[in-house]
Design a protein around this ligand. Structure first.
Ligand SMILES: CC(C)(COP(=O)(O)OP(=O)(O)OC[C@H]1O[C@@H](n2cnc3c(N)ncnc32)[C@H](O)[C@@H]1OP(=O)(O)O)[C@@H](O)C(=O)NCCC(=O)NCCS
Length: 496
């Protein structure tokens, strides 16, 4: 029976699994001036209300380029710069301030309509860019300082700070700042986990090809070596995105803000709808050395006592130290994993000795260690990774996407050791997909596996939510947008 709502329970489950992960995190949402003027913007504000209700801290930055151009045209005033990166003369600054007031008003009006508290602040102190290569940039500024405490207080009081691209210098004089830069600086200062740039483009295109995801390091190389392969103005956004990753913001999303449900689909679906620019997920993981033997032994001792891990002497760890990888925080080892290649079954490797210190549980470190081991296994030419576990098998199946398998999958020597141990561990396997350099987890391709897999936890819970918050005003279904939505639904999964 229909209850008049479009929400399906599976949609909610798909979204709710992300909630513990994102709760308490800060997202900077940077909307281009064109997006604020678009009819879909009211839906974006409703989506922001949804994010707030899920405990995600939001800060909004908006651009004004589109509005400056319009004002200049209607008033017939020549302007020297639109994006906040060139030379802003007094007339351009004046138009920027007027455009800014109008756009901020629209944003706050929309947030108010959605029952959200918002505040325009002077939390950003600006400084003039100054003279670059002999050219005085006059009223164009950069971020000099962010009043983090002030912004944090607002956010903790359930107020959404609305940041416009006009900052004030020490003496209170206004300066025009590029909004992409502003978003990156705010994200760094507030230790945000994401910046979401809402642009009038599908995402980042390199040589006309839409990038579904790209590492900041790769993008940095493209920007340095072949900048012309990225069209302006996305080049500038891409450069700021790379800078943001390099200064500590792990993920940057570039997506089309005119796309209905785009923001929610980008955050709450594996596929995403735009471009994800990410840092190196694995930079805290390194190969263990002999100096780490004692630390690994001590780290895993408690798990051995609880029979979660097999006992290994320090000598045994030392003998096979090249099999171990460790996760370090402030030079302390807080997690480890091992990867053993089978001499008599060269396409298979075994992941083991997985341990994360309890204080660091539930932060994704365990999964990251397994993903890293899979990556290393793949680099060494294996196609399958096996895991044996007595107590954490659902971690391997539900979180790391292994499949249960028969023990006969083990090579003979390992099977004998398995039987002799009497532990009766469950055996799980993951087939690695064919990415040359997977940025995240090598995916399981279970359907064409030569092995009989036992059924594991259904993965339907992770399905892409479809229109989870219906009932909002839909912009007319334009032909291009419809085609794009259909195309997106065919894209490969992209872990968030
Ligand atoms: C299993 C273990 C490595 C997970 O580490 P972690 O960093 O907390 O894992 P992640 O953050 O990547 O994933 C967390 C999710 O894994 C699942 N999970 C964690 N431990 C689990 C376990 N023992 N059994 C089943 N699922 C488990 C939970 O669903 C959890 O989700 P939640 O955060 O929403 O509650 C860690 O609990 C551990 O070191 N346990 C003791 C040693 C052990 O059992 N090792 C495996 C031997 S093969």
């Amino acid at each position: 029976m229909s209850n008049g709502s479009d929400i399906k329970p599976t949609d909610l489950r798909g979204i709710l699994k992300y909630v513990p992960r994102f709760q308490g995190q800060t997202f900077v949402i940077a909307a281009d001036g064109i997006i604020v003027a678009d009819e879909n913007f009211s839906n974006i504000l409703t989506d922001i209300a949804v994010l707030r209700s899920l405990g995600i801290k939001i800060i909004i930055v908006h651009g004004i380029g589109h509005q400056i151009e319009q004002l200049a045209k209607t008033r017939n005033i020549p302007i020297t710069d639109v994006q906040g990166t060139g030379v802003a003369d007094a007339a351009t600054l004046d138009l920027a301030i007027r455009a800014s007031s109008r756009v901020t008003h629209l944003v706050i009006e929309g947030l108010t309509q959605n029952g959200l508290k918002a505040a325009l602040t002077n939390a950003v102190r600006a400084a003039p860019i100054g003279i670059i290569r002999g050219v005085d940039h006059q009223f164009t500024g950069r971020v000099d300082r962010v009043d983090k405490e002030f912004l944090t207080q607002l956010i903790e009081s359930q107020v959404i700070p609305v940041m416009n691209p006009i900052g004030f210098d020490r003496d209170g004089r206004p300066l025009r700042i590029n909004s992409d830069l502003l978003a990156a600086e705010l994200a760094e200062s507030l230790q945000a986990t994401k910046i979401i740039y809402l642009t009038p483009h599908e995402g980042l295109e390199i040589n006309g090809k839409l990038q579904h995801q790209i590492s900041a390091a790769t993008l940095r190389t493209v920007l340095d070596d072949r900048p012309e392969s990225i069209n302006e103005p996305m080049r500038s956004t891409a450069a700021h995105a790379v800078k943001a990753v390099e200064t500590g913001t792990p993920r940057i999303h570039l997506l089309d803000g005119r796309l209905l449900d785009g923001l929610l689909n980008e955050i709450f679906s594996n596929e995403g709808v735009g471009t994800l620019i990410h840092g190196n997920e694995y930079q805290q993981i390194r190969q263990a050395t002999k100096r780490d033997v004692r630390a690994i032994y001590n780290l895993t001792r408690q798990a051995v006592k609880r029979e979660e891990l097999l006992y290994r002497t320090q000598q045994a760890i030392e003998k096979n130290i090249e099999q171990f990888y460790v996760f370090e925080i402030d030079e302390n080892i807080i997690a480890c994993v091992s990867l053993q290649l089978y001499p008599d079954k060269s396409r298979y490797a075994e992941v083991g000795s997985l341990y994360v210190m309890p204080f660091y549980h539930h932060r994704g470190i365990g999964k990251k260690m397994v993903d890293y081991a899979c990556l290393k296994a793949k680099e060494r030419g294996t196609t399958h990774v096996i895991a044996l576990s007595t107590q954490a098998y659902t971690f391997f199946t539900s979180v790391c996407h292994f499949e249960e398998a028969e023990k006969e999958i083990l090579p003979d020597s390992r099977l004998k050791a398995y039987d002799d141990s009497g532990r009766n561990s469950k055996v799980m396997v993951k087939k690695l997909c064919g990415w040359a350099n997977p940025p995240y987890e090598p995916r399981l391709v279970g359907d064409d596996s030569p092995y009989r897999f036992k059924p594991s936890v259904p993965r339907s819970l992770g399905s892409r939510p479809s229109n989870p918050w219906a009932g909002r005003r839909r912009p007319p279904r334009r032909g291009r947008a419809c085609r794009r939505r259909r195309r997106l639904s065919r894209k490969a999964p992209r872990p968030r």
